[in-house]
Design a protein around this ligand. Sequence first.
Ligand code: ADP
Ligand code: MG
Ligand code: ZN
Length: 519
Amino acid sequence: MNQINIIKYENKSFLPVIGLEVHVQLNTKTKMFCSCAVEYGQQSNKNICPVCTGQPGVLPVLNKKAVELAIRSAIALNCKIHQESIFARKNYYYPDLPKNYQISQYEQPVATDGYVEIELENKNKKKVFIHRMHLEEDAGKLLHSIGKEELDYSLVDYNRTGTPLMEIVTEPCLFSVDEVTEYLSTLRNILRYIGVSDCDMEKGTFRCDANVSVSTNNEIFNLVEQEKIIPIKLLGTKTELKNMNSFKAIKEALLYEIERHMKNIILGEKIVQETRLWNETAERTESMRSKEEAHDYRYFPEPDLLPLIIEKEWIEEIKENIAELPNKKKERFVLVYSLSDYDANVLVSEQDLANFFEKTVLELKKDINEKIDLKTIAKNVCNIITTEFLGRLNAENKTISEFIVSNKKISHTHIAQLTKLLLEGTISSKLLKQIFDQMWQSGDMPLSIVEKNGLVQISDSKELEVLVDEVINENPKIVQDYKSGKQQAIGSLIGSAMKKTKGKANPKLLTEIFKKKLS
Ligand code: ADP
Ligand code: MG
Ligand code: ZN
């Protein structure tokens, strides 16, 4: 049974229903049907040729890599891959489309009927059903201003024209804004893991249109609770939202639009089926075109391309070489390293982070006292990475991928050595932060920092006993408190001892000695 979020609004019950169309730019060196380079930030109209600018007498040649990436995605998204699919022309006129048609797929897409499993807040899993996935080419870009200056004409850049795209369309099976964002981030993570796209919303390599309706129908509430796909004809009238360029925009646009639908229904006003644009500054959706004005794309099979035939052997070969998916990696981390669900989730949220963790653990395992078990190693590496390492990345507003590219100073070897020093008792946990800071600044190895600054932990019981005696003599009042039953007073004694040694005393041993001497 599905737990569904029925919204109560003015005493009426509503269920938002959302279906998403996601466009992903495929990570290829060249365009979909010509050999022009795909490059971001290149000088305008540098990467163009007669094919992608629609000159007469040229023929498109399909990019095999784009098909491979689509197959890889279809496998990861549990889709049925069709042995034969057809390219079609989608005809419309717009200045960013030099051919006046876009090559896409219509009636026979490359794959259908998949799903993505997402984890909801209550830990429940949900399958988000993929209706279809198809290949197509991107259009160019229009420029209406230069910097702050509005132009009274428009410029066009064809560099993006013909870039390979994959469109992934869900069933109308998302029932809240949280489900939408969870689906999108899971999808994005999967596609990044398998190297299909960098899925960067800012660069436009991951774009999402959202279709929204609300339902007031008990019959539908029941179907949803039974996890059935709802037939579209039972649903309310939908509107299609475009122009959302961040997760935040998607969230806000959906919340706005769901409320607009509910208000309209309560006021007895008809919802018009139309495309609406999110206006970020005004924080509202605005009508772009209604159904009557909708394009008739006059789709027909592309006469210049043969049907796309995908052999089973090729699919098998791609399947064998596909990267481990995030949910599998998470299961493995929990099983092999005995990590908690929570820790494993954090680590697999980015492939580079997961790899960094695993490299550190494996390196450390080869080079540490064999009495220290894998679980302890993994837990401590995980702690250092998620608190110290990610903390500093966040402060510098960097992702781990950017860090790996830009930072040559600190590698997993540093983290491995630091964890080793901690686990073998060379340094106290008190000093970890300080050593990490110095390492972060200088790139020096932790061991050399410890040696240079005399930070080796004091674990010699003789030395510690002298210290403990000293602290006891200096603090008769606190000692009295402790002896008369105030347990927490010992904390203050340990604190003074730590202060005297600048954090170097072994805290465990110190506590033991205090307890022994005071009993
Ligand atoms: P269109 O032909 O307008 O593109 P589709 O039937 O292809 O519409 O659906 C596009 C997307 O809209 C799909 O993700 C689908 O699940 C979703 N969708 C269709 N009808 C509705 C509806 N009434 N409410 C919410 N989502 C819908
Ligand atoms: Mg559609
Ligand atoms: Zn070209």
